[in-house]
Design a protein around this ligand. Structure first.
Ligand code: SF4
Length: 360
């Protein structure tokens, strides 16, 4: 099939079926030898693949592995996940961060049960219509589960493609993204084309980005497709991909209260969009006023988008009337609640300190 080049300056080999076939064969042979044996690569179950894809967004493979196994034990099917209460879903996700991903997974499972009778949809457009499923995730599930010719562009693929094209456009702009998606589409083999498969091709391209075409120090001399790489030829691989400048980091402070009454701790359930449904330490009131001369019991920092937040926890008095979203929780129940990750870290430190009679 004739393919349209993503842009006039794209390498000419992209338009030549034989050269694309040679590219596919070299990449597939390398992947067969060097691709990692990951559990989501052993399955064609679209639900398990969707779980892995959402977990892998913004999180490293090594971190995801135990969560993925445990999640599929707790929620082995779409129906099991759809039937679970949100608190249980958030608890199973706790520690992975970016909880919107867990909520989206839950919403997608409910939509599959309600709109598709519990059967995972099999077309790219139906998968893309699931709540919280974007273009990348839809392509990943369609190609990995059903071997559909659906392109994908994640951070690893973007880096590889930007180097193959020697793309001077910033990849975080609309024009840059368009060039990458069109290239992914042109490069993708149809199922069965020259014995290639979209499932294998997409996995291999991602793996090339993860193992060889890394952000720093790409291993070009080991790369199976360096003969096709415009950046390698131009010796510009260290300058690709181009990105527009990141926003400057903004420092924030979050002061919270440790309020303990014998074996109960006062906690607050978040209602805002960031951590909705998760538990956290209540804010210190009045806001922004730390107790004069008092040192925090616990202090830690955590990143949040382009912010760096310092979380400080001070001992505080038992309030006359807790706020509507604040509740006393028995210490014995704390492990069963889903916490915002920085607050769980602070709580663990506080509970260790709590053995100190001066804090009780
Ligand atoms: S030759 Fe180097 S820069 Fe080009 S795709 Fe391979 S690893 Fe990446």
């Amino acid at each position: 099939m004739a393919k349209i080049l993503p842009q006039p300056s794209a390498p000419g080999w992209l338009a030549e079926p034989k050269k694309r076939a040679a590219f596919h064969a070299l990449l597939a042979a390398w992947f067969a030898r060097h691709g990692r044996d990951l559990p989501w690569r052993r399955t064609h179950d679209p639900y398990a693949i969707l779980v892995s894809e959402l977990m892998l967004q913004q999180t490293q493979v090594a971190t995801v592995l135990p969560y993925y196994a445990r999640w599929l034990e707790i929620f082995p099917t779409v129906r099991a996940l759809a039937a679970a209460p949100e608190a249980e879903v958030l608890r199973a996700w706790e520690g992975l961060g970016y909880y919107a991903r867990a909520r989206n997974l839950h919403r997608a499972a409910k939509a599959i049960v309600e709109q598709h009778g519990g059967k995972f949809p099999r077309t790219l457009s139906e998968i893309a219509a699931l709540p919280g499923v974007g273009r990348y995730t839809a392509g990943a599930v369609a190609s990995f589960a059903f071997d559909l010719a659906a392109p994908i562009v994640d951070a690893n693929v973007a880096r590889v493609l930007a180097r193959l094209l020697d793309l001077a456009l910033p990849i975080n702009t609309a024009a840059g993204k368009n060039a990458l998606w069109s290239t992914a589409e042109v490069l993708l083999p149809d199922a069965g084309e020259n014995g290639a498969s979209p499932r294998c091709f997409n996995s291999a391209l991602m793996e090339l980005g993860a193992l060889l075409c890394r952000a720093r120090a790409p291993q070009c001399l080991l790369c199976p497709v360096r003969a096709f790489c415009a950046a390698f030829a131009a010796k510009t691989q260290g300058q690709r991909p181009v990105k527009t400048a990141r926003r400057a980091t903004v420092l924030l402070q979050e002061d919270c209260a440790w309020i303990c009454d014998r074996d109960r701790v006062l906690l607050q359930q978040e209602t805002g969009s960031r951590w909705r449904g998760l538990w956290k330490l209540p804010p210190l009131l009045p806001a922004g006023v730390s107790p004069p001369g008092e040192l925090p019991l616990v202090q830690l920092t955590y990143p949040f988008t382009h912010h760096r937040v310092t979380l400080r926890v001070f001992r505080a008095e038992i309030p006359h009337a807790p706020l509507a979203d604040q509740h006393w929780q028995p210490r014995a129940a704390l492990d069963t609640l889903a916490f915002a990750a920085p607050h769980r870290r602070a709580l663990r430190q506080l509970l260790k300190l709590h053995a100190d009679p001066a804090l009780t």
